[in-house]
Structure formats: C-alpha cells, structure tokens
Design a binder for this molecule. Structure first.
Ligand code: NAP
Length: 300
C-alpha cells in the first residue's frame, strides 16, 4: 500500500492588516487628471509631443518604447521614436539632442537606456535642454529636487511618492529607510522624502557589507527598496506595521520578483506593493506627468 502524498504546505496566510497596494488604479486616476490638463492645454493651442531617442537595438528598451507609445496614444500625446544605429558616437547623439532642443514642436525628450558602451549617458543628458527633460534626470532638474521646488523629477522616485500620497501617508516625522542609492531612484527619493520631513536614512551596499541593514530596518516605519537583488529584505528584519514599497524587478527562473521577500514581509507589513503590479504601472505615467509639467512651464 502506498503512503499518501504529504499535503503541499499551505501558503502563508495574508495578515488581515496587510494591505496590498496596487499601482494600476493609482496610475489610472493620475492619467485621468492628466488627460483633463492635456485638453486644457490643447484649448490653448498647446500640443504635447514626446520624443524617445534610442541608440542601437535592445529588447528591453523596445518593450518600454512600445509601452510609452501606447500610453501616449491613449492620452492624446504625440510620440516619436528616433532610432539611431548602434555604432553612433556621442557626437552623433548630441547632434540629435541639439536638434530636438531647437524644435519648438517637441515638448520633452527621453534618452532610452541602456545606450551602447561608447556613449556616456551623462554627457548626453547634460546637453539636453532642461526645459525638455521628460525623465527628470538633468542635473538642473535634480538640483530643483534637492531644493524642493522641482516640477519634474525622476519617474520611479515620483511613482513611489505618488503611491505614498495615495495611501494618505504623511511622512512628517516618520522613520524612513531607503535601500539603494542610485541616481535614478534612491538618491532623489531620499531628497523627496526629506522635503516632506521624513527622517530619512539611505542604505546601500556598504550598509549591507557592514551588516547594519537589519539594524536600520528594525526601526523603520516606511521602507523603500530599490537595489535589484531578489528577495533581499526579509520580513523578520522589519518592524510590525511597516509600509514597504518594493521598486525592484528581478527575474528568478520564469518569475518576476521584487527586492523584498514578499511572503515573509507581508506578515509584518501594514501595507506592501506587489511585484509586478506595484510601482511598475506608475513609472510611465510619471513620464507623462513630467511632460505635462514641462508644457505648462513652457506656456505659462
Ligand atoms: P542600481 O543603479 O543598480 O542601484 C542599486 C542600488 O542598490 C545601489 O545603490 C547599490 O549600491 C545598492 N545595492 C546593491 N546591492 C545591495 C545590497 N545587497 N544591499 C544594499 N544595497 C545594495 O539600480 P536602480 O536603477 O536603482 O534599480 C533598482 C531596482 O529597481 C532594479 O531591480 C530595477 O530593475 C528596479 N527598477 C524598477 C523600476 C520600476 O518602474 N518599477 C524603475 C527603475 C528601476 P552600490 O551602487 O554601491 O553597489
């Protein structure tokens, strides 16, 4: 007689208190507001046009470009992809950027990353007119993020701020830990949260190497993780009731997972973003929000 197979372990129960924060409805709400603004601009004869500059072929960038075009179409924004050969030099790309700077029909420009090795993206961004910086990555835009009066900011960092705002989260006096200090997410987000009077701590690779990441997380009320390491953050490291925003996108086998170990973290968190479906759906919407802000600034 064969022994019955052991029952599969039951999935970890979701705590009644842990709210799953879905990005899509937040994105849709923002898109609806932006559409109204775009119609108002059109009534003033202001048409919006977004141009993406892509150098060489890249499967990931092609996916992003298609998503951007679809969203732009749905919002009444003209979208153009300028595809340059993979052998282009920095001078070639700068020439294109300067042409776009001078074209009054272009509201904003995206420099699609990654670019081929011979091109330092930094050198290209600096040539872009900050008034057309749709990604909020020009040093001028980042300077305004620092000073707390930016009208455009890096899209992923803005997406996190929109999620927290949609949660009704008041950061004033909150212990905030940001894990990851990249120029596009961790650093601008630290400044944006600091500008809201969060008590911000930014952790990075050296924090982990010094074995201090858990110490910082233990006191955090809000955690944002953007490192690109699958399931780095464990639930047992978190203070009960934490709000956790997971920016990470990691491929593990045929699964996409975040930088937080979702199953253990949701047992400790008051609210958590899933991956996929949390921050991701908002990023392109923030691009369009930046574009509208650029159009308004140019025509006020
Ligand atoms: P990045 O430029 O590679 O920066 C990663 C940051 O994490 C760096 O500060 C790095 O420190 C730090 N780090 C790496 N390993 C660490 C560890 N074990 N402990 C603590 N810190 C560590 O990445 P990114 O562009 O910010 O992106 C981060 C993640 O977010 C990626 O998974 C990316 O795919 C995802 N992402 C998602 C969206 C979205 O729309 N949802 C948008 C952008 C990015 P060092 O630099 O010192 O090594």
């Amino acid at each position: 007689m064969s022994t019955p197979a052991a029952p599969a372990p039951a999935p970890a129960p979701a705590t009644a208190e842990c709210q799953l924060i879905q990005g899509r409805p937040i994105a849709q709400r923002i898109q609806a507001d932006l559409k109204t603004e775009i119609e108002q601009l059109r009534a003033q004869n202001v048409a919006l046009k977004l141009v993406a500059v892509m150098v060489g072929e890249n499967a990931g960038s092609t996916v992003y470009v298609n998503q951007q075009r679809k969203l732009a179409d749905s919002m009444g924004i003209a979208y153009e992809l300028m595809q340059l050969p993979g052998t282009s030099t920095e001078a070639d790309v700068i020439q294109v950027v300067e042409r776009l700077n001078a074209d009054p029909a272009v509201t904003g420009v995206i420099l699609q990353q990654p670019m081929p090795q011979q091109i330092a993206i930094r050198n290209i961004i600096e040539k872009l007119n900050p008034a057309k910086d749709a990604e909020g990555m020009h040093p001028n835009s980042l300077g305004h993020v620092l000073m707390g009066d930016a009208h455009v900011a890096p899209c992923t960092a803005s997406a996190v701020m929109e999620i927290l705002a949609a949660q009704g989260m008041n950061l004033y006096g909150k212990e905030v830990v940001i894990v990851g200090h990249s120029d596009i997410v961790g650093k601008p987000l630290t400044l944006m949260m600091l500008n809201k009077f969060g008590t911000t701590t930014t952790c990075h690779i050296a924090t982990s190497q010094a074995h201090k990441l858990q110490d910082h997380l233990a006191t955090a009320e809000v955690v944002v993780v953007a490192v690109g390491v699958a399931r780095l953050i464990k639930g047992e490291w978190l203070r009960p009731g934490t709000v956790l925003i997971d920016v990470g996108i990691n491929k593990v086998g045929d699964q996409i997972v975040g930088d937080a170990d979702f199953e253990s973290c949701k047992l400790k968190c008051a609210a958590i973003t899933p991956v996929p479906g949390g921050v991701g759906p908002l990023t392109n919407t923030m691009l369009m929000k930046n574009l509208v802000a650029l159009a308004r600034a140019a025509h006020h």
